[in-house]
Design a protein around this ligand. Structure first.
Ligand code: HC1
Ligand code: SF4
Length: 576
């Protein structure tokens, strides 16, 4: 440890810390903008400038290590003026249309402009925005790059590289024409984007965002001829509250369902239900592969970011991928067939909407084979963020909503369905069912080796006297490392869960954006995951095959896992 002072007060801090870390740990506020811990630590915005006694120039707190006897000033007039000037410079190229910006409530840039009272200066600069110099891309139907909001901090470029293991985004052009976007190529698709949305989660402004479907959803909600059926993904309830001021890790499941009622939707379903259904289809597929000697390892197929990565970068592994559609698409298919039939609705009058923590789900809904007779099984996908905005736009007082729970068809779930949204959850859910079928007796519920935020988790379970090697991998970077190793390793894996996002869906690219400071302060992934594991613990039934409505669905409609009907509705093909 070393002894330092900050603004005259003494602190004993770790010698490996930067000034920013030491200050933050001791509750001294230093602003930051381009800094995102472990992702982007380049010191190019100079918003975290501080004064060190005895040194001539101000130093970036994010990059300067503390040392014995260091006296640091974070807030005298010179520091304040410098930070203000650095912020003001960034306003020159920013298009201030805050009223319609996806980050209207949590823009890190706007927050700093307010904190530093940049309002006067900014009004003089407002007219300087020049449309000609900006880059805009929205033709992929999933996400938008809008450089008129970009402050060139570089956080997205690093997030794509470090978290996805890809390098889709680059700084292009020079001078005041510099913009961030895919290099050389014209579209994100061509550049190999998997739509994980890690870049959106890293952006401090609204320069990167999902393609918004709020207006389309509002339109169908107003249309009396439409039956609006909504499904909600497991992970949404673990993060939606953040958009309404709840601490990270608050379970808002009850209010989430009540908000849907307040919006006037006709039927609420739970993707947790089809998560249970997925386990029966995928578990059966795994048992079939065990009987027939492979192909191994079998890969889970529910995360569309992961499926995009596999199809584009590792097509040689496509035979390993389970043929199961994701729970979102299984629900969509059932809504437009089984449910429509049961309710006597024409599927063409049903609008099926899903609320997802993910932007890649928007593309998944439009994949070939995800509908029939000219309609899509899932018509609109709203991210958790869009859902929160919709609730706010409709004037719903979320914090004062009562709790409610849907009891409709396809809304009942077991604990296994709930944990799908956290890394390792799909594997644990599958093991709960598969082990019981193989052992033909009651087997344990918890597979704790599958939990936690470690990049790659592995375990061996002995089932029916045979060693089954399983692994759980999440995030593009870890996925690439795992698959590269798989090409040469002697180890025989049997079953591997992959998720496109680190932490799984709870940390999906459509979840509320967590500011850089909160990302430093909280273990966001662990807190959100804990919501799902607590929901799991509360359930009376915690194994997917115990779900009585899944059993009923097989009895009345699908017959059995992998029946002809199941294949038609619940399974899919991949692009080579
Ligand atoms: Fe997921 Fe899934 S868990 S992919 O992470 O299998 O998005 O939450 O809905 O479909 O159930 C996401 C979450 C989600 C699917 C399920
Ligand atoms: Fe990169 Fe993912 Fe963003 Fe695409 S969505 S640019 S892969 S971080």
């Amino acid at each position: 440890p070393v002894h330092i002072t900050i603004n005259g007060l003494p602190y004993t801090v770790d010698s490996t810390q930067t000034i920013l870390e030491a200050a933050t740990k001791n509750n001294v506020y230093i602003p930051r903008l381009c800094f995102l811990k472990d992702v982007h630590e380049e010191a190019n915005c100079r918003v975290c400038s501080v004064k060190i006694e005895g040194q001539k120039n101000l130093k970036p707190a994010c990059k300067t290590l503390v040392s014995e006897g260091m006296n640091i000033i974070t807030d005298d007039q010179e520091v304040y003026d410098t930070v203000s000037m650095n912020l003001e410079l960034l306003t020159h190229r920013h298009h201030f249309e805050c009223f319609k910006c996806s980050r209207e409530d949590n823009c890190e840039f706007l927050d700093l402009l307010r904190k530093y009272s940049i309002d006067n200066e900014f009004s003089q600069l407002y007219g300087m925005f020049d449309e000609e110099n900006y880059y805009y891309q929205d033709d992929n139907g999933v996400m938008i790059i809008d450089s008129s909001k970009c402050i060139l901090c570089g956080r997205c470029v690093s997030a794509c590289e470090k978290q996805s293991g890809l390098s889709v985004l680059h700084f292009n052009n020079r001078g005041n024409k510099t913009y961030v976007g895919p290099a050389l190529f014209h579209s994100l698709d061509d550049a190999g984007c998997i739509y994980c949305g890690k870049c959106i989660g890293a952006c401090p402004t609204g320069a990167l965002r999902e393609k918004d479907d709020i207006k389309n959803v509002e339109r169908v909600l107003r249309d009396p001829k439409k039956k609006v059926v909504v499904q909600v993904a497991p992970a949404v309830r673990a993060a939606l509250g953040e958009a309404f001021g709840y601490p990270i890790g608050t379970d808002v499941e009850g209010k989430m369902f009540q908000a849907l009622k307040a919006l006037g939707v006709d039927e609420i379903m739970d993707t947790n239900f089809t998560a249970d259904l997925t386990i029966l289809e995928e578990g059966t597929e795994f048992l079939h592969r065990l009987e027939h000697g492979g192909p191994f390892p079998m890969f889970t197929s529910c995360s569309p970011g992961w499926v995009n990565l596999l199809e584009q970068y590792y097509p040689e592994f496509i035979p390993n991928l389970s043929t199961c559609k994701s729970p979102q698409q299984m629900a969509g298919a059932l809504i437009k067939t089984y449910y429509a039939d049961k309710m006597g609705y024409n599927p063409k009058d049903i609008v099926s909407i899903s609320i997802m923590p993910c932007i890649a789900k928007k593309a998944e809904a439009r994949r070939e084979g995800m509908g029939r007779d000219g309609y899509q099984d899932v018509d609109y996908v709203l991210t958790t963020r869009e859902f929160a905005r919709l609730i706010k736009r409709r004037g719903i007082d979320f914090r004062n909503l009562e709790d409610s729970k849907p009891f409709g068809m396809l809304a009942t779930y077991t604990g296994a369905g709930a944990i799908f949204g956290a890394t390792g959850g799909v594997m644990e859910a599958a093991l709960r069912t598969v082990s019981e079928i193989l052992e033909q007796k009651e087997t344990p519920i918890d597979f704790l080796e599958m939990r936690g935020t470690q990049d790659i988790k592995e375990a061996t379970y002995v089932l029916q006297g045979k060693e089954i090697n399983v692994a759980v991998v999440h995030g593009g970077a870890a996925t690439k490392a795992f698959l590269e190793n798989l090409k040469t390793t002697e180890k025989q894996y049997h079953f591997v869960e992959f998720m496109g996002c680190t932490g799984g869906c709870i940390n999906g690219g459509g979840q509320p954006v967590v500011t850089a400071r909160d990302q430093e302060t909280y273990d966001v992934r662990a807190l959100r995951a804990s919501v799902l594991y607590k929901i799991d613990e509360k359930q009376r039934m915690r194994k997917s095959h115990q779900n009585p409505f899944v059993q009923e669905l097989y009895q009345n409609f699908l017959e059995k896992p992998h029946s002809k009907k199941s294949h038609e509705l619940l399974h899919t093909k991949y692009k080579k």
